[in-house]
Design a protein around this ligand. Structure first.
Ligand code: DX5
Ligand code: ZN
Length: 230
């Protein structure tokens, strides 16, 4: 099944002093979701934002709010992010020895659960968990900062994920997200390999011309791409 390509601007590269206006600008430009990067200074070296800013994003837009938790012990904060208005909550496989419990907790809190994999984590680590997820996030850079270069090996990894999802009967209904170094040059290959939710920070909010033009370029770059069948 072919899922529509969705573009999720990451506010990490937005002007935080004008955050509501930046979110509204992304929505007006045709964004599909708003991606919120939460970092704790432990799982990743950087520190960003928490539930209060997530709530401000929620109040600024009608779009789904997609929260990417790059934090240790994410189970401690799931309720707070769900209450702040997160539609999607994605946790990292690497910090969840009890992944089933964490994913169930996200659903009980009223959000849709996702699992993220770092570049060095194999898709096979998800085989026993794909029955419980609505989204898989393949990190295409090492998480922590915006503006890094796309890791080319991610394209093969997406194909392997597509096969695994097909084998487990989940290829039709799991969102496959990519995050890191996504722009009009890297997007066609990831979409062809099975990704359908494209997170982009610096390519959109840091575009040399405008967010509107950059979003249109990203959309154009992917609109004609055929998707692989597993
Ligand atoms: C990185 C974050 C990303 C980041 C992507 O750890 O998870 O969402 O904002 O930024 P770009 O698109 O600039 O690589
Ligand atoms: Zn992210």
């Amino acid at each position: 099944m072919k899922r529509p390509v969705r573009i999720a601007p990451s506010i990490l590269s937005a002007d935080f002093g004008r955050l509501a206006a930046e979110v509204q600008r992304a929505e007006a430009a045709g964004a599909d979701w708003i991606h919120v990067d939460v970092m704790d200074g432990h799982f990743v070296p950087n520190i960003t934002i928490g539930p209060a800013v997530t709530r401000a994003v929620r109040e600024a837009t009608q779009l789904p709010v997609d929260v990417h938790l790059m934090i240790q012990e994410p189970e401690r904060y799931i309720g707070a992010f769900a209450q702040a208005g997160a539609d999607w909550i994605t946790v990292h496989q690497e910090v969840c020895p009890h992944l089933n419990r964490v994913l169930a907790g996200i659903r009980e809190a009223g959000a849709r659960p996702g699992v993220a994999l770092n570049p060095s984590t194999s898709v096979e680590t998800l085989r026993e968990a794909v029955a419980w997820v609505d989204l898989v996030l393949i990190m295409t850079v090492n998480p922590g900062f915006g503006g890094q270069s796309f890791i080319p090996r991610s394209v093969d990894k997406l194909r392997r994920l597509q096969r695994l999802l097909a084998e487990e009967g989940r290829d039709g209904d799991v969102e496959v997200q990519v995050d890191g170094g996504i722009d009009a040059a890297t997007a066609p290959a990831v979409v062809a390999a099975g990704a359908n939710v494209l997170v982009a920070g610096s390519a959109l909010f840091g575009a040399p011309d405008s967010l509107e033009d950059a979003l249109a370029r990203l959309r154009d770059a992917t609109s004609a791409v055929g998707r692989i069948r597993a």
